[in-house]
Design a protein around this ligand. Structure first.
Ligand SMILES: [Zn+2]
Ligand SMILES: [Zn+2]
Length: 438
């Protein structure tokens, strides 16, 4: 009984683990059926019962030595529950389960990491593409401007060379005249010398006849120097003249298209010079041919393209509806079909005055800041691009990047105008520089 009387070391006041807090000071294991004495110290119910078993009369707390008159304690359910939790959390299956969760979470993180690393690679690839494309485009822009500068440079060289030649010719003319005058001068001076000599000798001898004189060459009167004629060509509005000439060298410059009357739907009338097309209520019957559109109010240009880059401009004015673009040579012209790249049409369309769309299926609605009166169409046969521009300010309206393969023709539809409106034409624009060529 004396052995049980030895006081137990007090639990360290420092912050221990929960497991330490729930350890019985007698058996040094997790509490089994924890009970609390009047002094608030806890022990396992079997441990404290065993500790007090041999004692009769008052008993003491093994930890703080407080005396109690009888063997009395209270079951502490809260501590019991906590002990159960700690015990469960250190069990073999619990740990196995925890390890499994750990492995799975790690695996998930590995997968996630791989995903993220793929994303990083993709974004880096994108950046590389942007840089490569940017460099290509820079080279292209430099090339285009270089070509323009070359045209200007060549024109400047040509004009300076012409000026040099004309200056030379003018100088040569004057030089020629000058030589003739100098020759006449020498002859006159020679005659003067002979005459002076003769005059000197007359003091000694009687002069019987005039000395022999040279024939003086006749010098034509010099033409007046016409500085105006010489400079007029170079005092002209040089920049504008050069700019007009540059037009002819632009690649591509605006193509001077004409309508192909043989393709015109019977209700389309074309002007004599084939640059204006209007839709009328009445139909004109032509001899039939395979090229003609019979169902839809369409017409093509005579000029087809199958290689290179081409640009043309069309005036639509304030027409409330129209379609235009390019059509494959092979399009079906005898049936009514929906315009789309799949059917061989790459078009821009206007409806109700201000509803612009790209002619995809379904249509792609476009928001334009202004209503163009003139449109530019650009086709790059090699890159398979078809682009539409507002030719009033050259802003890009829409681009097809899945353009045509094979031969295409500029395509137009004046559409059927409402009966209340005067039909408005579609006009193919020809620029003066083009008319100047040849
Ligand atoms: Zn115990
Ligand atoms: Zn105590």
């Amino acid at each position: 009984m004396a052995a049980a009387a030895a006081p137990l070391a007090a639990a360290p006041a420092t912050k221990g683990s929960l497991r330490e807090d729930l350890t019985c000071p007698i058996c040094c294991d997790l509490f089994r059926e924890p009970v609390m004495l009047g002094c608030m110290h806890h022990f396992c119910k079997p441990c404290i019962s065993r500790y007090w078993r041999t004692t009769h009369g008052p008993v003491t707390c093994p930890q703080c030595r407080k005396e109690f008159t009888c063997k009395q304690f209270q079951t502490n359910y809260l501590v019991a529950a906590m002990v159960e939790k700690v015990r469960a959390s250190t069990s073999h299956t619990y740990i196995q389960n925890l390890e499994k969760q750990l492995r799975e979470t790690l695996e998930n993180h590995c997968l996630r990491r791989e995903d993220l690393s793929n994303s990083i690679r993709k974004e880096k690839d994108k950046m590389e593409t942007i840089k490569r494309l940017g460099a290509d485009l820079q080279a292209r822009v430099r090339g285009e401007f270089g070509a323009l500068r070359q045209i200007l440079h060549d024109e400047e060289t040509r004009m300076l060379e012409q000026l040099r030649r004309e200056q030379e010719e003018e100088l040569e003319k004057v030089q020629h005249h000058l030589e003739a005058i100098k020759l006449a001068m020498r002859e006159v001076e020679e005659n003067m010398r002979v005459l002076e000599e003769a005059s000197a000798t007359t003091e000694n001898i009687v002069l019987t006849e005039l000395p022999q004189l040279r024939q003086c060459p006749q010098v034509d009167s010099a033409p007046e120097l016409d500085t105006n004629a010489f400079s007029s060509k170079y005092l002209a509005p040089l920049q504008y003249i050069t700019w007009r000439k540059m037009f002819k060298s632009l690649k591509p410059g605006p193509s001077p298209l004409t309508f192909d009357v043989d393709t015109a739907h019977p209700s389309i009338r074309v002007s004599r010079d084939k640059t204006v097309a209007v839709e009328y209520d009445s139909v004109t019957w032509h001899t039939d041919n395979n090229k003609r559109f019979l169902q839809c109010v369409n017409i093509l240009a005579s000029q087809g393209f199958y290689s290179g880059r081409h640009y043309w401009e069309v005036e639509v004015g304030t027409k409330p509806k129209w379609d235009m673009g390019v059509a494959s040579e092979a399009v079906d012209r005898h049936s009514r079909i929906k315009l789309s790249p799949e059917r061989g049409y790459w078009t821009l369309r206007l409806r109700n005055r201000n509803e612009y769309s790209a002619g995809t299926q379904p249509w792609t609605r476009l928001q334009l800041s202004s209503s163009p009166r003139r449109l530019g169409v650009f086709v790059d046969c090699e890159e398979r691009w078809v682009s539409f521009y507002n030719a009033d300010d050259m802003s890009l309206i829409y681009s097809y990047t899945n353009g045509p393969r094979g031969k295409v023709f500029p395509f137009f539809s004046p559409c059927i105008s409402g009966s209340s409106q005067e039909p408005q034409p579609i006009r193919l624009l020809h620029y003066p520089p083009v008319a100047m060529s040849g």
